[in-house]
Design a protein around this ligand. Structure first.
Ligand SMILES: CC(=O)[C@@H](O)[C@H](O)COP(=O)(O)O
Ligand SMILES: NCC(=O)COP(=O)(O)O
Length: 262
């Protein structure tokens, strides 16, 4: 009897250690559900239901949910963010420009992670990382507030060593590499496309920063990025993933993106 219970204890300890190791080396897939809200808003009703889709994404294997509430609420609304928070079981990541309204929302909702993006209010979509050197004082103050609230912080940056170094100086826990230039260059020359991102990822690692990546990642380019930077903590993907789901269905699509991270 003692033999069995000791063995069971050893096995469960082994599982705990294995899970912790996996957690450390796994690149998580956070599904950005902005586009679900765009579709819902097209008719003014509640179809598709943003919360239901988020919960389904989790059931289908997503490791997190990302939203990027914009000031004009053209997709995700403040009310969506409040509705999602208590129901999500995976990591919740809120992205956006740290305006007073955004800061207030994030501090009230307390997601697992906040990602600061330097978008102007009318911008179609994110098209650059922060100039973290120029905005050092502003970012330091904003990050300090989130760090004190116990919210993990990430700063959206280009694959640029100096911008990453200043993100670390400002007090970020992680950086999110803006991957649009990688996605655009990938079809012509994937080795050249990924090279600056590998260098940037090494800089982040040497500074002890966690590493996220996102923008225009897809089934075409994701696995190559992962193969070259397997220590990424998280990728957040919306536009391509939701578009692929029109053809493949959401469950299969999420599985296919997860397969790119192995
Ligand atoms: C920071 C980033 O790259 C994404 O959050 C992107 O901005 C998505 O936002 P939209 O869905 O509004 O294009
Ligand atoms: N942080 C990037 C993101 O959330 C999604 O970007 P995209 O896949 O919609 O380009």
């Amino acid at each position: 009897m003692v033999f069995f219970s000791q063995n069971a204890a050893n096995i469960s300890l082994l599982f705990v250690l294995l899970r912790k190791t996996m957690d450390r080396i796994m690149t998580r897939l956070s599904v950005n559900i902005n586009k679900i809200a765009t579709l819902r808003n097209a008719r003014g009703g509640d179809v598709p239901n943003v919360v239901k889709v988020a919960l389904d994404c989790e059931n289908f294997g997503a490791d997190g949910i990302t939203v990027h509430p914009r000031p004009d609420e053209r997709h995700i609304r403040r009310s969506d963010v409040y509705d999602l928070r208590p129901l999500l079981r995976t990591e919740f990541n809120i992205e956006g420009y740290p305006s007073p309204d955004f800061i207030d929302l994030v501090l009230k909702v307390k997601p697992h992670q906040v990602t600061l993006v330097p978008d102007s209010p009318a911008q179609l979509t994110s098209n650059a990382g922060w100039d973290t050197k120029k905005n050092l004082d502003f970012l330091t103050e904003v990050l300090d507030g989130f760090n004190h609230a116990g919210i993990r912080t990430s700063v959206f940056v280009s694959a640029d060593a100096e911008m990453i170094e200043y993100a670390a100086k400002a007090g970020a826990d992680r950086v999110e590499l803006y991957t649009e230039p990688y996605a655009t260059a990938y079809p012509q020359n994937k080795e050249a496309a990924v090279a600056p991102f590998v260098e940037a990822a090494k800089v982040a690692r040497s500074l002890g920063l966690g590493l996220n990546a996102g923008h225009d990642l897809s089934l075409v380019n994701l696995n190559y990025l992962y193969q070259n930077i397997p220590w990424m903590d998280e990728v957040s993907i919306g536009h391509s993933l939701i578009s692929d789901a029109l053809y493949l269905g959401l469950e299969r699509t999420i599985q296919e993106y997860k397969n790119c991270l192995r």
